[in-house]
Design a protein around this ligand. Sequence first.
Ligand SMILES: [Mg+2]
Ligand SMILES: [Zn+2]
Length: 167
Amino acid sequence: MNKAIFLDRDGVIISDDGLYYITNPYDIKINPGITELLSWLQSEGYLLIVISNQGGIARGIYTFSDTERVHSRLLDLLKDHRIKLDEIYYCPHHPEIEKCICRKPDTVLIEKAISRFNIDAGKSFFIGDRETDMEAAKNAGIEGILVNANQDMSLVKEIIKDKKGTS
Ligand SMILES: [Mg+2]
Ligand SMILES: [Zn+2]
């Protein structure tokens, strides 16, 4: 079985400082320390899987293709650091428009990843900046790591080292 790090996108990988929705690929700023963290996680053998709520799609603020463009730009930026995200899953729904079972804190997207990549939830972590991320993680049996939005993400390295040491 594989181990994985699940990551929220906005506020964790990408800076969402001053932006509620990130719709323009050239607006993307990756957060401080995130490339260092992701490189390290990759070298430790973790799959890197993004789980993101993109309710702006349902609300008509941006489209699927805008979202795909943001993701391909993100993949390019990370590729410069030899980092590969194994998958980006996102929920395009919004509860005011259309109810669904994939928006965090629901776990369908996490479960999809678990089954597709044969992931051991007990050896995996979810890094998120919101309580809904932590709830989703918990609902899927994954330990959550709550960070501050747009903080220096390299600090998470020590948290994961500590948690592995005690488990
Ligand atoms: Mg977030
Ligand atoms: Zn959904």
